[in-house]
Design a protein. Structure first.
Length: 479
């Protein structure tokens, strides 16, 4: 029998607000354990939460970008459970009236487009972190992350392959980063997904029983886990067994998943409306204001780069893959007025240096003004293209001023015909073999002579001048 894989995702995104959701503690990642805490987020009795309005702003933004309806009257609920990283013994979340509902996100896999339904997006607070210390054989608890705002984005079970899941996660991540609502650093857990997987016979109208893998924060692991788990479930069914609804843990090193707990002893969270927080009412003004201030999303940017700047679809998508890179490109293009040149330097030099030095997009500090200056110096004939690369690298690595750097290192283009003529004459005299070759019709020899001339002029000559002078001299020599 042939089986169809079905996947649904619950994605958690940590919001990049300055302060936590119900107190003024910082949301900054890391820090000495238990230093980013106060009586509110560490769950002292008798304290009262105050909602951070920015969290609602970000949720509306995320909802609009994923085509959701905004729930004009929404509320918080308490989800009760005991765990050492949750000092209040409840998490403030939204069960009955989540802020966003009924959205959809378009994805594309191998040229085929489809929509993934968004069931809801709700606001909630993050829990702390347990640190297991194998040395002292004890577990420590760090409450710094308690109360950091989260959005949980719940999809419909609309995925039919691991490739669709990765396409969606990539798009979601890109969108949230462009919206400025989250840095989505997977390695710091600011984006993580619970992955629900089931299989059913192809053509079946009824979904199979699902298992869930929680808190996955690597696309690669998610991809492997889906394929592994689908295969495991098919084997269970084929051998006459039944799939048990349970939470499983993915072990990327062992390349396998293991049962953790089954739904039979799942917890009852005893949700009830949060009595300490007022319902949130969202008026037309708030929605309009958010719409008016939405940053341009990557898809719109790609289309604009193609129509406005004449970039290819491929170039436009490479540049927009990271927000910071897109902004650097746009600012550079605006400053030098040469979008294609700006695209070439961003895709060529900038990306090469990023991968060479292992620099992440969010760590980029290069000033677009300096890239624009380099582009101008090339088009004004101040430096040639190979020198431009050298200057770019110095700007990237040492943040030098391009003009000063060119001056101090004597890199300005040599365009003095008499000097070039002198050098060409010497190169021709020193390389009789090349002249023989040229006489014998071996055109390649000319390239060698150009190279020798360039080298003698320390790479700074105007290549056009070198070619012109060499052609003239060769005419004389070759007759
Ligand atoms: P629960 O209330 O138990 O958490 P939900 O209905 O909220 O269940 O679904 C949780 C997630 O599981 C959603 O992302 C949904 O798309 C996904 N899901 C539900 N049923 C299935 C299934 N049969 N196969 C795969 N994913 C599923
Ligand atoms: Mg759920
Ligand atoms: Zn606090």
């Amino acid at each position: 029998m042939n089986y169809q894989t079905v996947v649904g995702l619950e994605v958690h995104v940590e919001l990049s607000t300055k302060s936590k959701i119900f107190c003024s503690c910082t949301t900054e990642f890391g820090g000495e354990p238990n230093t980013h805490v106060c009586p509110v987020c560490s769950g002292m009795p008798g304290v009262l939460p105050v909602l951070n309005k920015k969290v609602v702003d970000f949720a509306i933004r995320a909802g609009l970008a994923t085509n959701c309806e905004i729930t004009r009257y929404n509320k918080f609920d308490r989800k009760n459970y005991f765990y050492p990283d949750l000092p209040k013994a409840y998490q403030v979340s939204q069960l009955y009236l989540p802020i966003c509902r009924n959205g959809k996100v378009e994805i594309e896999v191998e040229g085929k487009k489809k929509y993934i339904g968004i069931h809801e997006i709700h606001m909630e607070e993050d829990a702390g972190k347990l640190v297991h210390d194998p040395w002292d054989d004890c577990t420590l608890v760090d409450y710094n992350r308690c109360g950091v705002p989260l959005l949980e984005i719940v999809s419909e079970p609309d995925f039919r392959s691991a490739d669709e899941v990765i396409a969606y996660l990539t798009k979601l991540r890109e969108t949230m980063m462009y919206l400025g609502v989250s840095d989505c650093k997977m390695q710091e857990g600011s984006m993580r997904a619970d992955v629900n997987i089931s299989v059913m016979p192809v053509g079946s109208a009824k979904f199979g029983t699902r298992t869930e893998m929680k808190n996955m924060n690597s696309f690669k692991a998610i991809y492997r886990a889906i394929n592994y788990e689908a295969k495991r479930q098919i084997e269970v069914l084929e051998s006459g067994g039944r799939v048990v609804q349970e939470t499983r843990r993915w072990d990327d090193n062992k390349d396998a998943s293991f049962a953790m707990r089954s739904k039979e002893n799942a917890q009852d969270y005893r949700y009830f409306p949060e009595p300490d927080l007022l319902p949130i009412e969202i008026g037309d003004d708030w929605i309009k204001d958010t719409k008016d201030n939405m940053p341009e999303l990557p898809e719109a940017k790609r289309k604009r780069y193609m129509s406005e700047f004449g970039l290819s679809e491929y170039d436009a998508s490479v540049i927009t893959a990271e927000r910071q890179v897109a902004y650097i490109f746009e600012d550079t293009a605006a400053l030098c007025g040469k979008p294609k040149e700006a695209a070439n330097y961003v895709m060529g030099e900038l990306m090469r240096l990023m991968s060479e030095t292992g620099t992440l997009a969010e760590e980029l500090e290069i000033e677009p003004k300096k890239i624009a200056d380099i582009i101008k110096f090339v088009s004004d004939g101040k430096i040639n293209r190979s020198v431009a690369k050298e200057v770019f690298e110095a700007v990237f690595k040492k943040n030098v001023d391009p003009e000063k750097y060119i001056e101090e290192n004597n890199l300005a283009m040599v365009d003095d015909s008499s000097l070039v003529e002198e050098v060409v004459a010497k190169v021709i005299a020193d390389n009789p073999k090349s002249i023989e070759d040229l006489k014998a019709g071996k055109e390649k020899a000319k390239g060698f002579l150009v190279g020798q001339t360039m080298k003698a002029l320390k790479g700074k000559a105007n290549p056009q001048t070198v070619n012109k002078v060499l052609d003239e001299k060769l005419k004389e020599v070759l007759g």
